[in-house]
Design a protein around this ligand. Structure first.
Ligand code: FAD
Length: 373
């Protein structure tokens, strides 16, 4: 008889939700993580009484009531509504593109006026294409929203994100650019959104309550060769190419460098998320973490604030792999690894690293809730 039914590699939302479900159904689990803390990318570090999203700002949103009720059974979520601001050369615009943005951009005050302006600019872009299809992101965006929105709110921001000119990025990256003909700054269309009151760590603690966990434990150093002695099955949410020792080569990732500062003021930018859409600043966004969980006078009851500038970077050894680069080359390579994964006996691959696929938090939880145990 082995010590564990499951050895679970990774304590992010994939691993933690899996551990919760397995434990509930009477299985014995050991969760390991190479980081010094649990929670994967949703981990929050408390600084000056503020929950700082150490691995990037995380806003929970879903239309799935089952998932919403599930997460709220561990921790209550607040009413945070994501409504980012864009700063283009000192002028502010509301996001997502909506009537407030169009008023700020052109002074139009009705949906009909805004529509006419966008249609006029889209027509110019279509005429320039002369009947051919858009071949790159720049042409695609111009056809979808016209030149003013593209130049002030998309072009330089996207180029900073990807480290490449929009003319050299594929058109498929943006299939749709929704414009909202209402004065509505709510970024997400989902029915439910919010931040766990007290931070994401409470959600992770709830999921992992009563589960054996070991931190600072790298699967490859401590368990790769021996796990079958201790556990019936392996649940692996680390990087899929690393599992196979990069046999076919390395998958590409985009990473982000966060420069976090504690400031001696209560309210730095008045909003959790401000996007810097011009090249004048090399960061793409500044996150002011307290606005995720403090509202009204509570912002001023806390005398300091913590802000993180986000600098997108090409992934290199030693960095955090954040976003899969789903181009043709990487998709083909990932498919080869996925084929190998299917042949691994008693190993379940999952999560963003294990599947080489970007997932928001709610879909990753939904994925695990739908898995057969
Ligand atoms: P992770 O959270 O990455 O967990 C994987 C864990 O595996 C890590 O803790 C890692 O240390 C561990 N691990 C890896 N290799 C090993 C090994 N060899 N040995 C031991 N442990 C190992 N989603 C939203 O819904 N809203 C958002 O606003 C949002 N913002 C995001 C911002 C950023 C910058 C990023 C990158 C993602 C964002 N997401 C957001 C997505 C969200 O982070 C993911 O859905 C979620 O983290 C996926 O969980 P996971 O368990 O698959 O991966």
């Amino acid at each position: 008889m082995k010590k564990f039914d499951y050895l679970i590699v990774g304590s992010g939302l994939f691993g933690a939700t899996f551990a919760y479900r397995a434990t509930k159904s009477g299985k014995k689990c050991l969760v390991i993580d190479k980081r010094p803390q649990l929670g994967g990318n949703v981990y929050c570090e408390k600084i000056e009484g503020i929950n700082v999203h150490k691995y990037g700002a995380h806003i929970f949103h879903t239309s799935n009531k089952y998932v919403w009720d599930f997460v709220n059974s561990f921790v209550e979520f607040n009413r945070y509504t994501n409504s980012p601001i864009a700063n283009y050369k000192g002028k502010l615009y509301n996001l997502p593109f909506n009537m407030n943005t169009f008023y700020q951009m052109w002074g139009v005050t009705t949906p009909a006026e805004a529509k006419a302006k966008i249609e006029e600019q889209k027509a110019e872009a279509l005429a320039a294409l002369n009947g051919r299809e858009p071949t790159n992101l720049e042409e695609q965006a111009l056809v979808l929203v016209g030149k003013d929105i593209f130049e002030k709110l998309i072009k330089e921001y996207t180029e900073k994100q990807w480290g490449r000119d929009c003319k050299n990025l594929p058109a498929f990256i943006i299939n749709r650019l929704p414009v909202r003909m209402a004065f509505d700054n709510n970024y997400f269309n989902d029915k439910y959104q919010g931040i766990p009151i007290g931070g994401y760590n409470k959600l992770i603690e709830g999921l992992l309550e009563g589960v054996d966990c070991k931190m600072e434990t790298d699967f490859f150093k401590e368990y790769k060769d021996s796990w079958r002695n201790d556990a019936e099955k392996l649940v692996y949410s680390g990087a899929i190419d690393e599992y196979f020792d990069y046999k076919y080569g390395k998958l590409d990732w985009r990473s982000v460098y966060f420069k976090t500062n504690i400031l001696d003021c209560s309210n730095y930018q008045g909003n959790a998320v401000v996007n810097y859409t011009s090249r004048d600043y090399s960061y793409t966004r500044i996150i002011e973490h307290k606005h995720f969980e403090m509202f009204g006078s509570a912002v001023y009851d806390c005398p300091k604030t913590v802000v993180s500038e986000e600098y997108p970077v090409e992934y290199k050894e030693g960095m955090e792999p954040y976003y899969p680069v789903n181009n043709e080359k990487n998709n083909a390579l990932a498919d080869k690894y996925r084929l190998l994964a299917l042949q691994e006996k008693n190993v379940i691959f999952g999560g963003r690293l294990g599947l080489y696929q970007y997932f928001d938090m709610a879909p990753i939880i939904e994925y695990v809730l739908n898995m057969k145990m």
